[in-house]
Design a protein around this ligand. Structure first.
Ligand SMILES: Nc1ncnc2c1ncn2[C@@H]1O[C@H](COP(=O)(O)OP(=O)(O)OP(=O)(O)O)[C@@H](O)[C@H]1O
Ligand SMILES: [Mg+2]
Length: 345
């Protein structure tokens, strides 16, 4: 085999392969370094730590000089473009022709995508068991609750309450109605969703949802700015369920916003395969604490006084059933950006 064959082989491996001398300067690095925004030539002869704009997992920065020993560890490397890669680094001593140690060689494998996938799978499993638990409870509550409701109604009629007692009855009846709502939503949540798909203009669906919550945002003097992509094709969606998704997302934005602020609703058509339709809702509200981010799609997670914590879990369920995805990211200034992505087919 020729030298160029081996060179090609190394350059075509999907991992990053490198070798440094005893001073920790690059002697070799394969072509994959381009993916990290670096040019091979700018690194040869430069210290290894140059690419280690890192936050290490498990080990401290200073230990990096101990790369000489055979070892495997995980770390996060921020590449030249500022993208964070979760990587597994394997290193071992590099022997020269005479068997002496002349440096260190190793492999860096990017596991970012794999970890995201694992996370997603874990999350799905967690949601499935949470859903099962929640519906089990909802089921048990439903019958006693209708008995409470019925008996309250009978008592109210029989006792003919007066004055404040009327109010006590009314509060009890309202709370029962609230509980009934939660139980119904929960049971709905766990039912396999049957979609009634029709071709719909997303912009119209958004306008309809905005009309429904007009009272809510006008009361807070919130202005809504819409910007719809005129190229966007009709989407194949379940109109009623999508209305529910939009209401949940838009209401969350209104509830998080200060009065007088603005909410932006944008649609985008991504016309590179796989073609997608995006709905983005940006608010400049109080935002979501970083620690809470991983819980916001869980059923019953709510930071609101009267929140059931079901809005986003229901929305995600519906969007996933459409073959789409929902993401929430913090905005740099203030507030959050909710992105709904649907297949455009
Ligand atoms: N746009 C937003 N800005 C800030 N926080 C948000 C936003 N959207 C959701 N959240 C947070 O996520 C939590 C969960 O939202 P979700 O819609 O599932 O439940 P909820 O709004 O509390 O109750 P429900 O929708 O059932 O009435 C909220 O309590 C809130 O803390
Ligand atoms: Mg909500």
């Amino acid at each position: 085999m020729t030298e160029s064959f081996y060179k090609k082989l190394l350059d075509n491996v999907s991992d990053l392969i490198w070798a440094v001398d005893m001073e920790g300067r690059f002697m070799y690095i394969n072509d994959n370094i381009k993916e990290w925004g670096y040019d091979k030539d700018e690194l040869i002869g430069k210290p290894f730590v140059n690419i280690l704009n890192t936050r290490r997992i498990g080990k401290r920065e200073s230990e990096i000089s101990m790369l000489g020993m055979s070892q495997t560890f995980e770390m996060e490397i921020i590449d030249k473009r500022g993208k964070t890669h979760k990587v597994v680094v394997k290193s071992s001593p590099l022997q020269g022709d005479k068997g002496d140690i002349i440096g260190v060689m190793g492999i860096i494998r990017d596991v970012t995508e794999m970890q995201l996938l694992e996370q997603k799978l874990k999350n799905e499993e967690r949601m499935a068991s949470l859903g099962l638990l929640a519906t089990g409870i909802a089921h048990e509550i439903r019958n006693p609750l209708s008995s409470v409701k019925m008996n309250l109604a009978i008592l109210k009629q029989r006792l003919k309450p007066e004055g404040v007692d009327i109010e006590h009855f009314e509060i009890a009846q309202e709370e029962v109605a609230n509980l009934e709502y939660i139980v119904t939503e929960l049971l709905d949540y766990a039912k396999p969703i049957k979609l009634d798909l029709v071709r719909l203009d997303l912009a119209k669906a958004i306008e309809n949802a905005l009309a429904t919550i007009k009272g809510d945002y006008q009361q807070k003097k919130i202005s809504i700015r819409t910007s719809f992509d005129s190229e966007a094709p009709m989407a194949l969606i379940d109109e009623v369920k999508m209305h529910q998704v939009l209401l949940n997302v838009l209401l969350n934005a209104v509830q998080a916003s200060d009065s007088g602020s603005r909410i932006e609703v944008i649609t985008q058509f991504i016309n590179t395969p796989p073609e997608k339709l995006r709905i983005i809702v940006n608010d400049s509200g109080h935002g979501i604490h970083a620690d809470d981010m991983k819980y916001i799609f869980d059923p019953f997670f709510s930071k609101k006084k009267n929140g059931a914590g079901l809005g986003l879990s229901i929305a995600r369920n519906i969007i996933n059933n459409h073959g789409g995805d929902i993401r929430i990211d913090p905005l740099p200034e203030k507030g959050v950006s909710v992105c709904l992505e649907l297949p455009a087919n």
